[in-house]
Design a protein around this ligand. Structure first.
Ligand code: GCW
Length: 681
């Protein structure tokens, strides 16, 4: 499982041509040019030892393990603490202090030492200057997870990675687990990147479980074990998505009824075998009764019955089931105005509060619909105080430009995590997620830049850092990412480089919002692949995502008074804020209300003029970002620069297409001309 005690675990070699992302060797110079003493035992301490040895080999420093050599002084001490420290810091926390010329990281446990090491890397020279009063760091959320929607075999429609925009899977290739030394080194490198931003769990296969994925649970579990071996040195536990119907498909039982004894037994035995192969296995992720996946409804059982079945099988081993709340009717009749997809998760799950087992986590998408560029918070998150909740966000940019457009989602996720479902003075979403954690759908793949668009690496990094501290300032997180990835050492023009990167990324989410579907109404994308505009693409479809535009107005009436009643799923004050167009925030107006084009927003503009203005602005901002990026040539690694430059061409083209579709559509519907007389087609 791991190297024997006190042996450094070597840093994996980055396969040729692969971008080092936020761990270019130069970030290790400050640490690697000093003398470090490491004390503590265990596999993650061995990893830390390997990291420091790697840094020292490059930059001339020295590392010793265990006891201080007589007469030698150290600049850095990395130690796993004893007694009180352990309790106060938890396994993943650490304290940092600098006194008398020594920088000391005291961790509560092995994992804390790993996070303390990467904290020093982030601080760079600043970690080794002057004095520093003792500060403690502990993750706010115990579970910081990435879900991979990776198919084992290439799916005829979804390809190797469902909603993947970064090439193939890091774990699977054409039906098999990746297994060459180079491929496994890449998986380890992925684990290294994740540990450096604080992620500690990965689910390795798609929640839509096809035949090949299903068998990972049984006869193919060895392939999962090999991935787990590669991720373990970086403190990452491996999880598996499973099919609720596995007892039938794999076990040959006539039923998957969660209350049937044979089914319980099958899960217990199967889970025992998984743990025999992977002793620190994290648990299961389940998409049940959702978009065609099997689930407990077929047996007249509740989702608590379903989740508790798997929780029961995992409990003896300390595993967790992540049960997704993404349950809705995807065969809706668009003529049926009584059904509202936004209501579905709350309607299904809120009544089950308190019924889930202690090791069951309900995994809730942050918005009530589906990862649109703008949604209100899912009302489920404030409504289940007796349930462990995980908040699910989407790093893969399914609806936010598919990693062809630069769209840094930090501010959006931060807004969701800082939102207070019961108003001021009550807990934030970040606090409510303490029981379950933060889960992001990964945006990484086997692309040389990991994420297709090199700037999309910022999203992956931000996931980990916000999971560690949900109330962190997202811009500070972006700054960290920029410093590590682009300015690890004094380069020519670092200020211009920093400024340019902030200029193109800080506001990129709002830019994307401006040129796509307006005022929270969502979708308007091309069906199936979801890239590019198609205003009515989903309007007469069974998917429940409508905008109801006609000649008079647009938007979905979700008020209690006259609409679907969705606004009533919120606690006060939000139920009242969202209920009326007079108090509803502009950016969510069309999510909650159907209003005439002449409706005046809080901004003072009419809805129709807002649509025109934001679409022209959004394109101008995309063009400006392309120009700023072009000006950074020579300051950025040429391959990265070229890839991003190429993506900006597509972003500007795409933004113009969005602008022209949306503006023309609403001009034709409303007949209202642009007050500024610009050309609308
Ligand atoms: O956003 C939708 C995607 C599906 C995905 C589903 C889900 C994995 O279009 O591709 O399926 O959400 O979250 O389960």
């Amino acid at each position: 499982m791991s190297a024997s005690a006190s042996e450094p675990v070597p840093v994996p070699e980055l396969p040729g041509g692969v971008d080092p992302a936020w761990l270019p060797p130069a970030v290790f110079r400050p640490l690697g040019s000093r003398r470090t003493l490491i004390s503590g035992t265990g596999p993650l301490v061995d990893t830390v030892h390997g990291e420091v040895a790697y840094a020292c080999a490059r930059f001339g420093g020295r590392v010793a393990r265990g006891v201080r050599a007589p007469g030698v002084s150290y600049d850095v001490v990395l130690e796993v603490g004893e007694g009180g420290d352990r309790d106060a810091l938890g396994d993943e926390g650490f304290a940092l202090v600098r006194a008398g010329g020594v920088t000391r990281v005291t961790a509560g446990g092995q994992a804390g030492l790993l996070y303390g090491l990467f904290h020093l890397v982030r601080l760079g020279e600043a970690a080794f200057r002057g004095e520093r009063a003792r500060e403690t760091h502990r993750p706010a959320l115990a579970l910081r997870m990435l879900d991979h929607w990776d198919n084992v075999a290439v799916h005829p429609v979804m390809g190797q990675v469902e909603r993947g925009y970064a090439g193939g899977s890091l774990f699977w290739r054409d039906g098999l687990a990746r297994s060459t030394p180079e491929e496994l080194a890449r998986v380890r490198w992925y684990g290294r990147l994740l540990a450096a931003c604080g992620v500690n769990a990965v689910a390795v296969n798609n929640v839509n479980v096809h035949e090949a994925e299903a068998r990972l649970l049984t006869d193919r579990v060895g392939e999962v074990a090999a991935i787990a071996d590669a991720l373990r040195p970086y403190g990452i536990r491996t999880h598996l998505s499973v099919s609720f119907a596995a007892p039938m498909g794999l076990g040959g039982l006539p039923t998957a009824d969660p209350l049937h004894e044979a089914v319980t037994d099958w899960w217990a035995e199967t889970t025992g075998r998984v743990y025999a192969a992977i002793p620190d296995f994290g648990g299961y992720v389940v998409k049940a009764d959702s978009e065609g996946q099997p689930g407990p409804f077929a047996y007249g059982r509740s989702h608590a019955d379903g989740a508790n079945l798997l929780a029961g099988a995992l409990a003896p081993y300390g595993g967790t089931v992540h049960w997704r709340a993404f349950v809705y009717d995807h065969r809706q009749d668009w003529r049926d105005r009584s059904t509202d997809r936004a209501r579905a998760a709350y309607d299904h799950f809120a009544p089950l509060d308190g019924e889930f087992a202690p090791n069951a986590v309900l995994q809730v998408k942050h918005g009530p619909l589906d990862f649109q560029v703008r949604e209100p918070l899912s009302p489920v998150i404030g409504a289940m105080p007796g349930t462990r909740l995980a908040v699910e966000i989407q790093a893969t940019q399914e609806y936010t430009g598919q990693q062809r457009h630069a769209c840094w989602l930090g501010p959006m996720w931060s807004e969701a995590l800082r939102f207070r479902p019961e108003g001021e003075g009550r807990p934030s979403v970040g606090e409510l997620a303490r029981g379950g954690g933060l889960v992001a759908v990964s945006n990484a793949g086997d692309d040389p830049f990991w994420t297709g668009h090199p700037l999309a690496q910022a999203n992956l990094y931000t996931v980990g850092r916000l999971a560690w501290r949900p109330d962190a300032d997202p811009r500070a997180v972006l700054r960290e990412w920029i410093e590590l990835s682009f300015v690890p050492e004094e380069t020519a023009g670092p200020e211009r480089l920093r400024g340019g990167l902030h200029a193109v990324l800080d506001g990129s989410w709002r830019t994307y919002e401006k040129y796509t579907a307006p005022l929270g109404v969502g979708f308007m994308v091309q069906p199936g692949h979801h890239y590019g505009p198609s205003v009515d693409g989903y309007e007469y479809s069974p998917w429940g995502t409508y905008h109801f535009a006609d000649r008079d107005g647009v938007g979905v009436d979700r008020s209690r008074a006259t609409g679907t009643g969705f606004a009533g799923q919120y606690a006060k004050p939000w139920a009242e804020v969202y209920e009326s167009p007079g108090t509803c925030p502009d950016e969510l107006l069309l999510f909650f209300h159907h209003v005439p084009y002449g409706h005046v927003l809080h901004s003072g503009e009419t809805v129709i003029q807002h649509i025109y203005d934001t679409h022209f602005e959004g394109v101008a901002e995309a063009e400006e970002a392309r120009r700023v990026w072009a000006g950074l040539v020579g300051l950025v690694d040429p391959a990265r620069h070229a890839r991003v430059a190429e993506r900006y061409e597509e972003q500007v083209r795409g933004a113009r297409e969005w602008r022209d579709h949306i503006n023309t559509y609403f001009f034709r519907k409303s007949g209202v001309p642009d007050a500024r007389g610009r050309r609308i087609h």
